[in-house]
Design a protein around this ligand. Structure first.
Ligand SMILES: [Zn+2]
Length: 355
């Protein structure tokens, strides 16, 4: 892929792969054919969900308009894709999920561009010598994640690797939104092994199940143990309405059944229901968490492929608190109700008992 971004031009792509001479490495798909703009159209860089919410007829109309604009500002010469610094962002027709992307590009003075990944996260590409944008971080070079807030991981590139104007730069981008099979888990593990900080999501019932889920997908235990640092499970709970919060009496048996130990003299609360919470007693939500840090002991147990419950016991011994424990803490603070914590953590308890 040879992209030539100039000024305010970005490429909204969701998967590209290329090596030297437009021949991608084995297993990769070239997104640019080296000859024309087949497989591409254009957008203004807004939220792609808006476009997708249009009727099919309206979408076709927008696409036709976009293609006319793309033809004006993007061209192909000597196997390179060139933009004149104006017009819409070049966008792949096909949508991609998780991917590994190789991009090669050249810039010119005052370049300010980027690559939108699957819609919104933007990898910034710009003129790293443009003093007027040093305050925005241009002095740190290209490759940072523009949408991240200042100081957040990924906002700035770790190294300044921009090459002089007119020379080819290379970007290697890995996008893993959700690990759901061996392929995506392998991409993530490989990225972590080569020094990348990888964040991803898994669908499991609790934090420790993240370990067993990855092992079930076929990841080697020693690889998993060596690269994974932490699993965090979260659940949303409803917050007691501040306008109608009132002290609540709970049945002692109900609390005992749910293993909720209430220190003597502690008050518990509920929302009575009022107009501002539409009589539900709740307004807003917040998350409760369970954090499993992969300690040395846990690492050894992962390598020995011990059972899920052995792993969980080790994590608890090393200081992990369950989702429910975090929930009880929030109940004692008067932020949510006992029944709400029971509701969102019920599935986990049932699984823990049966499995
Ligand atoms: Zn209320």
């Amino acid at each position: 892929m040879k992209i030539h971004p100039v000024l305010a031009v970005a490429v909204m792509l969701t998967a590209v792969a290329l090596g030297d001479g437009n021949v991608p490495p084995a297993g990769f798909t070239p997104l640019f054919n080296g000859k024309d703009l087949a497989g591409w159209w254009g957008t203004g860089g807004g939220n792609p969900k808006k476009f997708l919410s249009l009727t099919a007829e309206k979408q076709a109309e927008e696409r036709a308009k976009a293609l006319a604009d793309i033809q004006k500002h993007w061209s192909v010469a000597n196997g390179e894709l060139i933009n004149d610094g104006e017009g819409l962002y070049l966008t792949t027709e096909q949508e991609y999920g998780d991917f590994e992307l190789f991009v090669e590009y050249k810039t010119v003075p005052l370049a300010d561009s980027g690559i939108y990944l699957r819609g919104l996260p933007q990898v910034q590409i710009w003129d790293s010598t443009d003093k007027s944008k040093f305050e925005l971080g241009a002095d740190k070079g290209s490759g940072g994640l523009w949408n991240n807030s200042a100081g957040a991981p990924g906002k700035d590139p770790l190294v300044k690797a921009d090459r002089p104007f007119g020379e080819w730069n290379k970007l290697h981008i890995i996008m893993v939104g959700e690990i759901r099979d061996f392929e995506t888990s392998e991409i993530s593990i490989r990225a972590a092994m080569t020094g990348h900080l990888v964040f991803s999501t898994l669908h499991t019932n609790d934090a420790v199940s993240g370990i067993t889920r990855l092992l079930d997908m076929g990841i080697e235990p020693f690889l998993l143990a060596s690269v994974v640092r932490c699993f965090l499970a979260q659940r949303l709970v409803r917050k007691i309405c501040p306008d109608c919060i009132t002290e609540a009496a709970y049945d002692a048996d109900y609390l005992r059944e749910n293993e909720f130990i209430v220190p003597p003299g502690t008050k518990l609360f509920r929302g009575k229901g009022c107009d501002s919470c539409r009589q539900t007693g709740y307004r807003g939500r917040f998350a409760i968490f369970e954090v499993c840090i992969v300690t040395e002991e846990l690492r050894r147990k992962i390598i020995r492929k011990e059972t899920g419950s052995a792993l969980k016991n080790q994590a608890m011994a090393d200081g992990m608190e369950s989702l429910r424990t975090d929930g009880w803490r929030r109940v004692l603070k008067g932020q949510t109700t006992v029944e709400e914590v029971v509701r969102v953590t019920q599935a986990d308890e049932a699984i823990a008992e049966t499995g």
